[in-house]
Design a binder for this molecule. Structure first.
Ligand code: AMP
Length: 435
């Protein structure tokens, strides 16, 4: 049987590939207005980067990473021999850890300098159970800002994300922005302990995952999807009662900026997000169309002031978000958005016989050099078949080259919609079509 693509991956074809390119460029253009410029980092990193950066106890790291070893090491692994940890790599499950590593490694931060603001787009890999809106390879677009801890960074990032969703056609009334703060290293430990105590006290009524989370990561219990757990955890201690003054002030300022910009949000103290590196602001945008509740987050992020130090860089505050291309596409389809096919070539150059092929080749090149998209026959088709192909490609004009035309230095140009024909001097062909 023919080999098929792996489950949970997708081939982007035609209109979809075109939309993904437009999606990325719309994002980069918008983000550039806020000072974010593109960065491109490897799709795999040392496994250790994700273990230390994202957190060993997170689902992403403990269950969902695709971890690889290079050829020689694979043989060792199969033979049961030890493979050094710096020879283990993982396909990136998210973009932040790699970008933060790159900013540190390349010395992009300058003391007293402006924050580093970067944007990225590309595939991420998670070994999740594939379903609508959940793939094993999916595309994210994201930003990271390193070197500034001001709440204005958080607020402008959130505003920029909402503006982006609207600019690609997701209406504001189909989205909900959820907002929370997770405190920082001075106030979160007390909250963590209180939550852990609550989970232990209620362990008998909570699922096994939540019981385990009491030890590894109590905050994650808050976003358990089990209804029974949700009911009990609704009475769990709340972060807002534990915030230190600095975290309170930071959160209040983020909200004040969002209010001033007219961006509406819903505060949700159970929003913790799946990655361990967040401090203070966290947020997520969910849609009400196209996907069920477990997959309806189209983007999210937050502040991660300890991440760079955690992976061995200097103590540098950070903020970022990532949004999921595929889920945005599903939401757009659900609201009936259209995805245009790639534009058709403006011109097809058809030859009456193979005698005109060399001329067609050079004319096509002249048209393309002049900025006119152009195609001609590469398969020795008959004239009739060339017209058929031009029609299939959607070309607006066909330039016909026969012995008489070539002798007269002209092409017969047919308008495919009206069937009108006119003679155009060969050297004027590109300009004639531009008009
Ligand atoms: P996260 O890094 O988990 O916060 O993900 C950021 C965004 O990426 C989410 O809001 C989703 O839109 C998207 N996303 C995450 N995981 C997947 C997946 N397995 N398949 C498709 N999109 C995903």
């Amino acid at each position: 049987m023919a080999i098929k693509r792996p489950e949970g991956t997708k081939d982007l074809l035609g209109a979809e590939a075109q939309f993904w390119a437009r999606f990325r460029s719309t994002a980069f253009d918008l983000f550039a207005r806020y000072g974010y410029t593109p960065i491109d980092v490897p799709m795999f990193e040392k496994t250790e980067l994700f273990v230390r950066g994202i957190g060993e106890a997170t689902d992403v790291v403990s269950k969902e990473m695709f971890t690889v070893v290079s050829g020689g090491n694979l043989a060792k692994l199969v033979a049961g021999e030890h493979v050094r940890s710096d020879s283990r790599f993982s396909l990136r499950p998210e973009g932040t850890a790699g970008v933060v590593r790159a900013v540190a490694q390349n010395g992009m931060l300058q003391e007293g300098g402006a924050p580093v603001k970067v944007s990225y787009a590309g595939p991420m890999f998670r070994a999740e159970r594939p379903q609508n809106g959940r793939q094993r390879q999916f595309n994210q677009v994201g930003i990271e800002c390193l070197g500034a801890d001001d709440p204005s960074i958080d607020a402008e990032g959130i505003i920029m994300l909402m503006r982006f969703f609207e600019s690609i056609g997701i209406p504001a009334d189909k989205m909900t922005l959820l907002l929370n703060t997770l405190g920082d290293e001075s106030c979160r430990p007390a909250y963590r302990d209180a939550l852990k105590g609550f989970i232990v006290d209620n362990a008998a009524d909570l699922c096994e995952d939540c019981q385990r989370r009491a030890e590894t990561n109590p905050l994650r219990a808050l976003d358990c999807k089990e209804e029974g757990c949700q009911r009990i955890l609704a009475d769990a201690p709340r972060i807002e009662d534990y915030l230190c003054d600095d975290c309170k002030a930071h959160y209040a300022q983020v909200k004040a900026y969002l209010d001033a910009a007219g961006v509406t949000y819903v505060e949700d103290s159970s929003l913790v997000r799946g990655l361990d590196y967040y401090t203070r602001t966290v947020f997520e945008v969910r849609v009400s169309v196209g996907m069920d509740n477990n997959q309806n987050a189209i983007g999210g992020g937050g502040r991660y002031d300890k991440l760079m130090a955690e992976i061995g860089g200097s103590d540098t505050p950070g903020f970022g978000f990532a949004l999921g291309y595929e889920r945005c596409k599903i939401a757009l389809e659900a609201i009936g958005a259209e995805f245009p096919e790639p534009p058709a070539p403006a011109l097809y150059i058809a030859c009456v016989s193979s005698d005109q092929r060399a001329l067609a080749f050079s004319l096509a090149q002249q048209c393309r050099d002049a900025g006119v998209a152009c195609e001609f026959d590469h398969q020795s088709r008959s004239l009739k078949a060339q017209f058929k192909q031009a029609d299939k490609l959607g070309c607006a004009h066909v330039a016909i080259l026969g012995p008489d035309e070539v002798a007269a230095g002209v092409a017969k140009v047919r308008d495919m919609a009206t069937h009108e024909e006119r003679k155009v001097a060969l050297e004027e062909l590109p300009q004639a079509l531009e008009k």
